[in-house]
Design a protein around this ligand. Sequence first.
Ligand code: CAA
Length: 298
Amino acid sequence: MQKQIKKVGVLGCGLMGSGIAQVAAQSGHPTVVLEVSRPALDAGLKRIEAFLAGGVAKGKVKPEDARDTQARLSGTLEYADLAECDLVIEAVVENLAAKREAFGRLEARLNPAAILASNTSSLCITEMAGATSRPGKFVGLHFFNPVPLMKLVEVVRTVRTEPGVEETVLAFARSLGKTPVRAVDRTGFIVNRLLVPYILDAIRALEEGVGTIADIDQGMKLGCGYPMGPFTLLDLVGIDTTYFIANIMFEEFREPRFAPPPLMKRMVLAGYHGRKSGRGFYDYSAEPPTPNDSLTRG
Ligand code: CAA
């Protein structure tokens, strides 16, 4: 039976967690977001405040809605503050051990009827569900970056998902103003299954000298009508994050199209992680960012 989701909890207030907490609070849900340290929590809450302020400045968000969103949102370092949530969405680091620990601490307090969801983009939902005491009430709920602007959410069921749980989460995603699509638990779900081989191929094309960073980006933007080219997108999502996802997909499917190319590994090792590290396929030290054309020479 479908259940109504009122109070929402979010584990993790990083790039994805803060976006998820923001859209939940913005769409009327009392929302509690948990972080493991005060500085991480403050940084995440600041990101939300800045996004809302940007929305107000652009005329996209009414000042009173920004105020109400902040009033519905609270940050915490205590799992006990999530006890009353109907749904808790996990968005912590992509590491099964870290997620397992977070679920253990959460479930010691959480209402047994509550649904747990993970925003993972690459880990196995069935395995995560099995690490909790409520595998029937566990789904994947995969948002896209930047969360407040991207309309899609993937809702991922497993063989153990109980009747009604998927419908409840689909309705919740719609309550956020998102458009949900349903997928089964196969690594990458729908979007990364198709997106990851494409962006890895863009790196291979660069390695082979087919075109420059700027020309490959421009080609896909203007030739296919994509909002941004593959290298701008890689820098936005994070080269380290995409490398991690590609490796997990390669392990799952054992197909060369998911294998990260050598240049990508070198960039991760060099700390060229994209926009967040100030350098990736582009250099972000000045506006506008400039393509890092020496990459294929190293
Ligand atoms: N609050 C509210 N609205 C805002 C806002 C804010 N702070 N900032 C911007 N907006 C609005 C803008 O006003 C604009 O609205 P209109 O379309 O009505 O004019 C819209 O959001 C787009 O903003 P911008 O014009 O500033 O920027 P843009 O047109 O360049 O779009 C983008 C930005 C949405 C990120 C777009 O470039 C895009 O879609 N890029 C692709 C991103 C993508 O593919 N993400 C998925 C990554 S994969 C992933 O996340 C999954 C994974 O597992 C790795």
